[in-house]
Ligand binder design. Structure first.
Ligand code: ZN
Ligand code: ZN
Length: 341
């Protein structure tokens, strides 16, 4: 098959087609998103990755081959998969928390991913998700990482309810998804970003207010919300947005850390006095397990959520290495998706 192989840069290589494990499937990839975490992998920031390597973890496709122990899937099924796949046998998987599986697999990180014509998926009965018949593959590919992550952060971790004030710090892919999801849940959403284009899109997607991140963000939020937000998300993953997110909360508010804190940012200074004195909750959020997709897909089917609005350029596999290398130079607003192979 053709694949983007991290060995010779800027080139699409040909490697052997994958075969399914007994509990796994092989998918024919129909769409796969280009994500910042692929760029981190490309740069060598991810210790899980051994070379040669194929990136890609935001994928949708059709079942091409099925392992002998798989019960739920057959050749031709249209499917997607969360970017964190559970092992199926650890205590977290048994409790239904595959997103924090102790032996998790991530296509494009722990094994070869979907910047290729075919991708193997482990433990298919646990990790594969059926797509609604009407959903385009490019839209489905955008669900697996940014959108599902935001869904879990807002709905399952944040337990956001109608009438609450919710602040989203950082309106990139994850942040804009969170704006759309929290608005659909009935919250009054405030978007914060440095980029006026992203703030305009946040308002388009349902935010009732947009704040320029260069100003006094905490003061502005306290003013608008008359005392602070009920729930606030750091969708970027930076000490500055994390601190603003905690400080903009009202007493007993909830901070959700969604953006990854890596490298120099791994151990930020946290305003613990406020957390104790005002009984603030701090929660992490990490992907979303396959069995929670139904709730999200129902909201998409019923028109409450429209992830297709967050899809940007559609490119070919041959264009993928260049798109990946330029990720740190241009911040495109919609997600770039590879749709021809
Ligand atoms: Zn991603
Ligand atoms: Zn597990």
């Amino acid at each position: 098959m053709k694949a983007v192989l991290f060995e010779k840069f800027q080139e699409v290589a040909t490697v052997a087609d994958p075969t399914p494990e007994p509990h796994g499937v092989v998918l024919k990839v129909e769409a796969t998103g280009v994500c910042r975490s692929d760029w981190h992998g490309w740069m060598g920031h991810d210790s899980d990755i051994d070379l040669p390597h194929i990136p890609g973890h935001e994928l949708a496709g059709v079942v091409e081959a099925v392992g002998k122990d798989v019960k739920n899937w057959k050749v031709g099924d249209r499917v997607t998969v969360p970017f964190i796949c559970g092992c199926g046998s650890c205590s977290e998987c048994h409790a239904g928390h595959q997103q924090v599986c102790l032996h998790q697999e991530q296509p494009g990180f722990t094994h070869w991913g979907s910047f290729a014509e075919y991708v193997p998926i482990h433990q298919a009965d646990l990790n594969v998700v059926a797509l609604p018949a009407t959903m385009e593959f490019a839209t489905a590919a955008s669900l697996g990482c940014r959108f599902a992550t935001s869904y879990r952060a807002v709905i399952d971790q944040g337990k956001v309810s109608a009438g609450q004030w919710v602040v989203v710090h950082g309106c990139g892919g994850v942040g804009l998804s969170a704006v759309m999801i929290a608005s659909a849940a009935g919250a009054n959403v405030i978007g914060v970003d440095l980029d006026p284009g992203k703030l305009a899109l946040a308002k388009d997607l349902g935010a009732v207010a947009a704040i320029d991140g260069k100003g006094d963000v905490v003061e502005a939020i306290k003013e608008i919300t008359k005392g602070g937000a009920h729930v606030s998300l750091d969708a970027l993953g930076h000490p500055a947005t994390m601190t603003n997110s905690i400080l903009c909360l009202r007493p007993r508010g909830k901070h959700i850390q969604v953006g990854l804190m890596l490298g120099d940012h791994a151990t930020p200074v946290v305003p613990m006095a406020k957390i104790v004195g005002q009984e603030i909750e701090l929660l992490g959020s990490h992907g979303m397990q396959a069995h929670r997709y139904d709730a999200m897909l129902d909201m998409v089917k019923n028109g409450k959520l429209d992830p297709a609005r967050l899809v940007g350029d559609k490119i070919s596999l041959e264009q993928a290495p260049e798109a990946l290398m330029n990720m740190d130079k241009f911040q495109s607003i919609g997600a770039t998706v590879i749709t021809s192979f």
